[in-house]
Design a protein around this ligand. Sequence first.
Ligand SMILES: Cc1ncc(COP(=O)(O)O)c(C=O)c1O
Length: 458
Amino acid sequence: MATSAAATSSRLQELAQRHLWLHFSRMGAYGEQHEIPLIVKGDGCYVWDDKGKRYLDGLSALFCVNIGHGRQDVAQAGADQAAELAFFTNWSYAHPPAIELAAKISELAPGDLNRVFFTSGGSEAVEAALKMARHYHKLRGNMNKTKVIAREIAYHGCTLGALSATGVTAMRTPYEPFTPGGCHVPNTNLYRMPHGMGVEMLAESVRERIEFEGPETVGAVIMEPVQNAGGCFTPPAGYFQRIREICDEYDVLMISDEVICSWGRLGEFFGAQRYDYQPDIITTAKGITSAYAPMGAAIVSDKVFEPFAQGTSTFLHGVTFGGHPIASAVALANIAVFEEEGILDNVREHEGTFRGMLESLRDLPIVGDVRGAGYFHAIELVRDRETKQTFTHEESETLLRGYLSTELFDRGLICRADDRGDPVIQLSPPLIAGPEQFEEIESVLRPVLEEACNRMHL
Ligand SMILES: Cc1ncc(COP(=O)(O)O)c(C=O)c1O
């Protein structure tokens, strides 16, 4: 690296360590021995760090950059909009990009999801959906339908309302108390079903919980099509259809949290389309703009919107930047890329090859399970494959933070080693990736997992 570039790099590193507060990060871990990774450039499936080293972005920059990095046309759409009208709010006003985008999303979304409430990101989308559900029931005279049923270990965002639905104990306890009403039921971890529990019982647990809480107190169920936290839990056949029936029976709204699972991640515009169910609200963010600008949305059915369309009733909720013109213009350009360049087709064509590559790692004794759908997969790591024995907390620390995270990154692969549930490695590449990138992923994962086996004495 040239001297001036090296000087810039070390200055940025110093400033980052002094002033930047990284999200969900152990800030005490950084120092002279452990630098904060600085990513400075992206193109396609790859990003580069400040020292010029290239990485395969196997996580789409946190499930975001669905069409890949470095699209000048999408960036230009934002710049053009900034020059025309950089900002006006959706609080009582509209502007062309938000209108066009709301109409486009309604066209793509399943069934009668025809109304779009924009936010700045995913937590805000969930927050809006939860408040909408409460208000919807109140407007219809059901004053106590305030509780929300979510699943264990699921992540639905970090704002206090969304956090009450989030089912990750470690993320909840430091911030309690928060909005009351969050109830949790088993997730669809099919690899670790409780002894004697049939898969059909998973949906029934929602029914039982509604009965237990009192149906007059339950307003919504919130679930991801494929649950991210815990490692890409897919639903068993018929699961969401049964959840839909239960929601209808008890007048409970079904919220499909698709902050990750929409915009092609599962090979469809929306995850609900992949599993063929009809939610009342879809929450989305991330891939809606492929993260070329921050944006989220709650996409709402005609049924849910109906009481808000009457008389003086008003959804008393809003965020200044919801439907930001630049983000809206970028989202429209992003969706045009999906439509013109066959992004969904690419996922459908290659997801089998992606899955096959991950399955091929099953010969390694540390690989307990491979699961997921589309371009959204996880490998669960186990101490003993026969008994499915997992690692202890200390072992998991050593394995994930002491070895895998840094080693995979040092070898040029960005993915996620996570233990919000049992330890997993998650991969979620840009939707333009294909066999070449999958081979590259394998060429890093295999030797690193082999070495992990050695280190854990497997
Ligand atoms: C399913 C789900 N819901 C909500 C959120 C929160 O989104 P954001 O980080 O944009 O606030 C996330 C974030 O990853 C998510 O995966």
